[in-house]
Design a protein around this ligand. Structure first.
Ligand code: PHE
Length: 346
């Protein structure tokens, strides 16, 4: 039997390559095969370098055969690779079926708390009227919460505010946003003032459907030369109509607050077509929305203003109460209970 020629060796190489290729079970095995044959130290490289040792007359045939084999096994490899990928896809589709027609999972969307929403609505109405938003602290001294607001110690009007006292003598949780009036005036130092003061207030009250121990207020303060009650009425009316509808009528009743003189309470007429009208207005058709008045001279003085030169008006409203009116919410306690069934409705 004659010795195997270099061409025979190539033939054998081809057969072996194809056999091994067929035995590759998956993509990883195929890639290993590829490295074995076409890698830097691969079988095909070695076969290439053998060319140098081949007798000259056999070189062209050997080279041609080598190229043919290279192309043939490359094509076989690529077909096998595509096949393996297709099989892997089928396996993943059947073992882990994906129903592309299912609706996606909507990410839970957060939203603003209803109290924040109504506050922002109030800010934007007053911004249109030229008011700035001014925030002041929630912990106040007795002086600011009461005394500078024309309520010296033992003044009976203090009974209107059930106060939380801290363990530090003379320091209280503010019972209303009115102390902010003093802060603003002292900071404005004689310049005209036109601000709203939103914020949390605290009262030591029995919790019920109508009263909570913490609630928002929005205070308003305008100070300057020639500010009159007519300005107060105009501002409140403009606000009420934007907040509750352009048809709203405003009714003013006389009232009492130590820090305003004269003092008023403001009602709005409630829409006749609201089925809750009778219940909300206790049959009167009118609903109180805020307290207000002309800033008392003693308060102007405490703020550093001269009541002979300037006048001012102030008002205080409960934004949560307004939201309750707008949406016929009958329990103020819902606001801070964090019950999503309630919060999601806004
Ligand atoms: N501070 C008052 C209250 O809490 C409301 C108010 C503010 C009244 C400003 C008049 C002027 O009841």
């Amino acid at each position: 039997m004659a010795d195997a020629t270099p061409l025979d060796d190539l033939k054998q190489l081809e057969g072996q390559a194809l056999t091994q290729l067929q035995q590759c079970a998956d993509e990883a095995a195929l890639r290993a095969w590829n490295t074995q044959y076409f890698g830097d130290k691969g079988v095909m490289k070695t076969a290439m370098s053998n060319l140098a040792k081949i007798p000259k007359d056999q070189k062209p045939a050997y080279g041609a055969e080598l190229n043919r084999i290279k192309a043939a096994i490359t094509a076989a490899y690529e077909a096998a690779l595509a096949d393996a990928k297709e099989k892997a896809l089928q396996v993943s589709l059947t073992t882990n079926p994906l129903d592309v027609t299912l609706p996606g999972r909507a990410p839970a969307r957060g939203r603003l708390h209803p109290a924040t929403q109504i506050l922002r609505q109030i800010y934007s109405i007053f911004a249109d009227l030229g008011f700035q938003v001014y925030r002041t602290r929630e912990v106040e001294t007795d002086e600011l919460n009461f005394e500078f607001l024309n309520m010296p110690a033992h003044h009976p009007a203090r009974d209107m505010w059930d106060t939380f006292f801290t363990t530090t003598p003379g320091v209280v949780l503010r019972t209303h946003t009115s102390p902010g009036q003093i802060h603003v005036m002292r900071e404005a130092a004689g310049k005209p003032v036109r601000v709203i003061l939103p914020g949390m207030c605290y009262r030591n009250e029995a919790i019920s459907t109508r009263s909570e121990i913490q609630f928002y207020q929005v205070e308003g303060l305008v100070v300057g030369e020639g500010v009159t009650m007519a300005d107060l009425k105009g501002t409140i009316t403009a606000f009420a109509r934007r907040m509750f509808g352009p048809e709203r009528q405003v009714r003013i009743r006389s009232s009492y607050f130590p820090f305003t003189e004269p003092s008023i309470e403001v009602d709005i007429d409630w829409p006749k077509d609201d089925p809750n009208r009778d219940r909300l207005t206790k049959g009167t058709g009118w609903l109180e929305i805020l307290g207000a008045g002309m800033v008392h001279p003693n308060v102007l003085r405490a703020g550093g203003y001269d009541p002979e030169k300037v006048t001012g008006f102030a008002f205080g409203m409960g934004p949560q109460r307004m939201l309750m009116l707008k949406h016929a919410i009958d329990d103020i306690r819902l606001f801070w209970q964090n019950d999503l069934r309630f919060l999601k409705q806004f």
